[in-house]
Write a protein that binds this ligand. Structure first.
Ligand code: PBG
Length: 325
């Protein structure tokens, strides 16, 4: 039978498949989120995220050097302080855990990878919200922006090269850009968490940062039901000067990611969050899925949908697979 069009020809061997693959992952496109906890002498495993650690400053420094050697693009640092208060004082204190750790990592890795920090108050506040509270208990957007400005200066001073604005306050990119520029730090990059959804998938992360949150973040993070709103937030972040925009979580939001990637004039990143990680790890441990294949497939899918880079807790492991293939 004559059948000139046979799509299977392109799938006949590993060599052909490799040649025609539309999506590739380069280690440089992976960013590793890392946790550093104040007061630890030794790193400690995280129960909800098998394979992920609470680092001490020393072990963080060593792990960052390993990440650089693995060739990944960057690390995103999160700090877990011992003391918290209403305004998240630890976030702006030069001796606060995140700033101390940033200094150590920046000194260790130099320019081998991009040192990035989470710019948000939730790990530092005793109420667990991403901002400061008004008298009625609601999150006060504009008062929070003042704290973000101070936090940006502290993080830049500590050596962070890219600030991840994950708090979802209106106007946060513009406010932080202005503060940095006024301080002569126009070199510091801003990542706008443009489309950050109010997701159940942040569960393991909240354990990781020992979150004190009562209630939820639905008055500032996006409603999972909304697609158009994700695009709108990305447009606003770009208008305010974001150098990169983010979609988060990744796998449940590939439509939003594809929308943003289609229109964005700046790089688009996606955050494969703690719950995405934990689901694959748990199913893998139970023998219900092939863990390694699922890991690669998930990151490939996020890239295919349009992410230029991916924040993933598997960054270093996957970089090893890609390099030793
Ligand atoms: C806020 C922040 C969160 C995550 C990253 N930055 C949590 C939240 O909004 O509750 C979640 C990351 C993850 O789940 O892996 N500082």
């Amino acid at each position: 039978m004559t059948m000139p069009i046979r799509p299977r020809r392109l799938r006949q061997s590993a060599a052909v498949r490799r040649l025609v693959a539309e999506t590739r992952i380069d280690p440089a496109q992976l960013v590793l989120p890392m946790f550093v906890r104040e007061g630890l002498a030794e790193p400690r495993p995280l129960e909800s995220m098998p394979g992920v650690l609470h680092h001490s400053v020393d072990s963080l420094r060593r792990a960052a050097a390993e990440a650089a050697a693995a060739g990944i693009g960057g690390v995103m640092l999160f700090g877990v302080p011992e003391q918290r208060d209403g305004i998240g004082s630890g976030a702006t204190d030069p001796d606060g855990i995140l700033n101390v750790a940033t200094r150590a990592v920046a000194e260790e890795v130099g320019d081998a990878l991009v040192v990035q920090t989470d710019l948000c108050l939730d790990e530092f506040t005793d109420h667990g919200h991403c901002g400061v509270l008004a008298a009625d208990g609601s999150v006060d957007n504009d008062a929070t922006l003042l704290r973000y400005r101070e936090m940006a200066l502290a993080q830049a001073e500590a050596g962070s090269q890219l600030l991840g604005l994950s708090g979802m306050m209106d106007g946060q990119v513009a406010a932080v850009r202005e503060a940095l520029d006024e301080a002569g730090r126009s070199d510091v990059l801003l990542l706008g968490y443009a489309a950050k959804y109010a997701s159940a998938l942040y569960g393991p992360f909240r354990e990781a940062v020992e979150s004190a949150l009562q209630g939820d973040r639905r008055t500032y993070q996006l409603d999972p039901a909304n697609r158009r709103e994700g695009r709108r937030e990305a447009v606003l972040d770009v208008e305010q000067g974001a150098d990169v925009v983010m979609v988060k979580p990744a796998s449940f939001y590939l439509d939003v990611l594809a929308d943003v990637a289609a229109e964005s004039p700046v790089p688009v990143w996606a955050y494969q969050v703690s719950g995405e990680y934990a689901m694959v790890e748990a199913a893998g441990r139970n023998g219900w899925i092939d863990r390694d294949r699922a890991v690669l497939e998930s990151i490939t899918s996020i890239r295919r949908a349009g992410a230029d880079a991916v924040l993933t807790y598997w960054a270093v492991e996957v970089a090893g697979w890609l390099t030793n293939r």
